[in-house]
Design a protein around this ligand. Structure first.
Ligand code: GLA
Ligand code: ZN
Length: 673
């Protein structure tokens, strides 16, 4: 598979000259401004179908040829897009099967974007034809360095073609209706299926009560989307085998299993729109970092920051401007976590329609004399100095499990709380680990664990096949595992494990979970550690029996006061912890401080102040202040990459300040000795 290998850190954004074809002056001016802003990489052709094929079979590619030539002439490279994210109206009118059908059975009208059926042979044929034509004409254009497939794949279609494909998918998975009926527990409420044709996607006006069906449908939506993606890519691979392929992925998106999507791509790319300036800066920065650690770990390779806004979005409830310094800091944060590009949505503000007030490098004013343009220019001037991070990765010794199938099952779970708080819990564990100043990977249940010393698996409710065995082998070999309530409840078909929770993890964790209490939103219990410290906990409280595990903390309240709520079990050469409730941030901070130090996981920076993040790529460290106030921080020993000063010891980072440091290597250490 070809890799993304840029000779520079990419800088640029979505560029839509097709909206300005009647303004050659603007198209010329774009090039001048791109050079002025230090841009070297544009994504071209996203949503451009009606400009590329205004009538069926009539291709008008000359404007794109001119655009690529113009960009190339200015030394600017291109991610060339396939246009499948939105269709021209003629297609929907003549071939209505391309339009999505909703779960209520009604077919959508033409409109919006992403409004197509992934199964429709007609749609696949149109996409295949235009992709082939684009690859034939532009696949060897010297400006083109990669393919940007479609845009933010999402959504589902319930049409008859999709129902048939779903049934084929189910037959391949289950083989027989008996197996399916058993896996979905269809004896409940008289749901037994006796003919494959009776099977239908879940729908609010039909079936939603079979959890196995709901889960199978989610898997199918991923399967069918990935099948469509592969079909999109096929002509590109055939004609341009050396060009890497990506599609842009979204923040915390749960509609698709991104693990499976990433397998179809050569590199991951990501659209990042954190709510800078809304409330707690640390929390916003953590959310962004989590997504970056996820994107990088998807392929265990650097990713592209395909979109971000240089100023504000137009779709948050309140769209704050980036305060001075935030554009630089937020762009560097992506690079610090593994991005090899900093790109924007969008280069130039569109004049009309839905996104006319979305931030862009070039404002409606049309010139470079804006705060936003100067912010972008500053990033463009700095990125070439970071060239040494290209391709470099952190050496993460800790990982958090974040798994699409587990999320789907927990979201569908009825009881013991309506909101099981999966994502919030994962982020709470992420925060506690990130505050330790260590590098982290976000991985799903299918990934190899060998490289890690510590794996946190918050709310590992659903166990995919083989996961219990792999976690057990990881701990037996010396790894440390942290599980939390509710763990080990259901198998991959959402059937409960029999014989006591946490099912196949019972021996590994050395506990039996007999019952689980749910707490009201304003209700708290407490946990008391063996040295007498107490902390609050909420949401869920497992009542457990230890079966070999040691008790580290007990509940303080309710009829189960005094019973174990945090345990550790020695297993082979490693240890498996169980946190039976949702403890407050102070507990998680203390818990992971102890673990990270015991496991000798070296932080990039020790004793990080709240709101400061530190990461490492190769031998380059990034220290970034999101606290919203100046902070003092102990910098790693090395050389400041930007000003050449020696670093080590305390330094003050101003608001939105950062330092980028080439860490002193062992070889240099010898010279110092
Ligand atoms: C997404 C899309 C873009 C644009 C931006 C606006 O990321 O990919 O086309 O709509 O959102 O923030
Ligand atoms: Zn369909």
């Amino acid at each position: 598979m070809p890799e993304l290998k840029l000779p520079f850190i990419g800088h640029g954004g979505d560029y839509n000259p097709d909206q300005w074809l009647d303004r050659p002056d603007i198209l010329e001016e774009d090039i001048r401004l791109m050079k002025l802003a230090g841009c070297n990489l544009m994504s071209v052709g996203i949503f451009a179908w009606s400009a590329l094929e205004p009538e069926e079979g009539h291709f008008t590619f000359d404007w794109l040829a001119d655009t690529l030539d113009r960009l190339h002439g200015a030394g600017i490279s291109v991610f060339l897009a396939t246009p499948s994210g939105a269709r021209p109206a003629w297609m929907s009118r003549r071939y209505p099967e391309v339009l999505r059908v909703r779960e209520d059975g009604g077919r959508n009208l033409h409109g919006g974007r992403h409004n197509h059926c992934f199964t429709s042979p007609a749609y696949r044929a149109f996409v295949g034809r235009i992709n082939r034509a684009l690859a034939e004409r532009f696949g060897r254009h010297p400006a083109v360095v990669g393919w940007h497939i479609s845009n933010e794949y999402s959504g589902e279609c319930h049409c008859e073609l999709c129902q048939q494909a779903f049934r084929r998918f189910l037959k391949a998975r289950y083989g027989t209706l008996d197996a399916l009926n058993h896996a979905w527990w269809t004896g409940f409420w008289s749901k037994r299926y006796t003919d494959w044709d009776q099977l239908h996607s879940p729908s609010a006006i039909g079936e939603t009560s079979i959890h196995g069906l709901n889960l199978a449908w989610k898997r199918f939506v991923t399967h069918q989307t990935v099948d469509f993606i592969r079909a999109e890519i096929a002509p590109l691979r055939e004609l341009t085998p050396d060009l890497p392929v990506t599609t842009n992925l979204m923040e915390m998106f749960g509609g698709l299993d991104y693990r499976a999507v990433a397998d179809a791509l050569d590199f991951a790319s990501f659209d990042s729109y954190p709510k800078w300036g809304h409330g707690d800066g640390e929390q916003t920065a953590l959310g962004a970092a989590f997504n970056y650690d996820w994107m990088r770990a998807l392929k265990q390779r650097p990713f592209a920051l395909m979109e971000s806004t240089p100023s504000q979005v137009n779709w948050h409830d309140v769209c704050k401007l980036k305060k001075p310094g935030m554009h630089m800091l937020s762009s560097l944060q992506a690079v610090a976590h593994g991005a090899d590009t900093v790109q924007y949505f969008q280069w130039r503000k569109s004049r009309g329609a839905a996104e006319k007030f979305h931030g862009a490098v070039v404002d409606h004013a049309g010139h470079e004399h804006t705060r936003t343009f100067r912010d972008v220019q500053a990033v463009g001037a700095l990125l070439p100095k970071l060239k040494d991070v290209l391709g470099a990765m952190p050496d993460s010794k800790a990982a958090i499990l974040f798994d699409a199938e587990n999320r789907w099952a927990l979201a569908d779970c009825q009881g013991p709380r309506r909101d099981m708080r999966h994502d919030g819990t994962v982020l709470a564990h992420y925060r506690a680990l990130k505050r330790r100043g260590i590098d982290l990977d976000i991985i799903d249940q299918t990934r190899d664990l060998d490289r890690y010393r510590l794996v946190a698996a918050p709310m590992l409710y659903l166990l995919r096949p083989g996961v219990a065995e792999r976690l057990s082998a990881f701990v037996a070999g010396g790894g440390t595992l942290v599980c939390t309530c509710p763990t080990g409840r259901v198998d991959a078909d959402d059937l409960c494990f029999l014989g006591g929770f946490p099912g196949p993890l019972r021996q590994l964790l050395g506990i039996w979970i007999e019952e689980t209490d749910a707490l009201w939103d304003d209700e708290r219990n407490g946990l008391r550690t063996r040295d007498g410290k107490t902390y609050a906990c909420d949401a869920l409280c497992d009542l457990i029996h230890t079966e070999g595990a040691q008790t580290l903390a007990t509940y303080t309240d309710d009829f189960y006061a005094g019973r174990a709520c945090v345990t550790v079990n020695r297993f082979g050469k490693g240890r498996a912890y169980y946190i039976a409730t949702c403890p407050d941030a102070d507990y998680l901070d203390d818990f992971y401080r102890m673990l990270v130090s015991e496991l000798c996981i070296t932080p990039v920076v020790s004793n990080l102040p709240t709101g400061v993040q530190a990461t490492r790529r190769g031998d380059i460290a990034f220290v970034m202040n999101f606290a919203g106030a100046p902070v003092e921080v102990a910098l790693p020993e090395g050389t400041d990459l930007l000003n050449g000063e020696k670093t080590g010891g305390p330094a003050t980072l101003p608001v939105n300040g950062f330092r980028i440091i080439r860490i002193r290597t062992k070889r240099e250490d010898k010279q110092y000795a």
